[in-house]
Design a protein around this ligand. Structure first.
Ligand SMILES: [Zn+2]
Ligand SMILES: [Zn+2]
Length: 197
């Protein structure tokens, strides 16, 4: 029993130091770790030390979680990358894998504000059954202002995400089907006309 408690003290202490070194720059991290060692040295009772460690490990774990999840600011180079769908000279960084689930990640595509909005409207129409988004997508597609190949490219990204989510069990598989696309967005009315002509 005694040795088990000492083991958990060693593990907690190691995790605490590891979290601090993850969260802070080298010199500051070592100072903080040293401060904790001073605090622990002042507490003779093992239980007191364990309580202090448990409290701070929880605190730094939450801190680390927020840091991992934080969306980083795009660089100028990224902003000045042309839209990958329509070629507009300035773009946003869209995450194909959402940050809430995956944290900041490299699965991104550069799209201009309009194509970016279209993507999210398509996504909400197809994945979330949003009637509101669906109406807007149909309005955009029927305007004739978005070239078919641009709409097709945005849709392809959207459907890649839908398929990924369906494979992961987060989305009903039928939402990745051509039938669903047709029922939801009347896709063939605006596209694939070359096939009919
Ligand atoms: Zn664009
Ligand atoms: Zn986005």
């Amino acid at each position: 029993m005694e040795s088990k408690t000492y083991l958990s003290e060693a593990l907690l202490r190691a995790e605490l130091a590891e979290l601090i070194r993850y969260l802070y720059r080298k010199r500051l991290a070592e100072e903080i770790v040293a401060d904790f060692e001073t605090v622990f040295a002042r507490h003779a009772a093992l239980e007191d030390r364990l309580n202090i460690m448990a409290h701070w490990v929880d605190f730094f774990r939450a801190h680390k979680y927020r840091k991992v999840m934080r969306r980083r600011r795009p660089t100028h180079k990224e902003r000045m990358t042309a839209c990958a769908a329509c070629g507009y000279p300035v773009s946003h960084r869209h995450h194909l894998w959402d940050i809430a689930t995956h944290g900041e990640n490299a699965m991104t595509v550069q799209v201009c504000a309009n194509c970016h909005e279209l993507y999210h409207l398509m996504y909400h129409a197809l994945a979330r059954d949003s009637h509101y988004s669906r109406k807007l997508v149909i309005h955009i597609l029927s305007s004739g202002r978005v070239p078919p190949d641009v709409a097709r490219q945005v849709l392809d990204w959207c459907r890649a995400t839908l398929r990924y989510e369906a494979r992961s069990g987060w989305l009903e598989p039928y939402k990745t089907s051509d039938e669903w696309l047709e029922v939801t967005l009347y896709w063939s009315q605006f596209h694939d006309k070359e096939g009919a002509g």
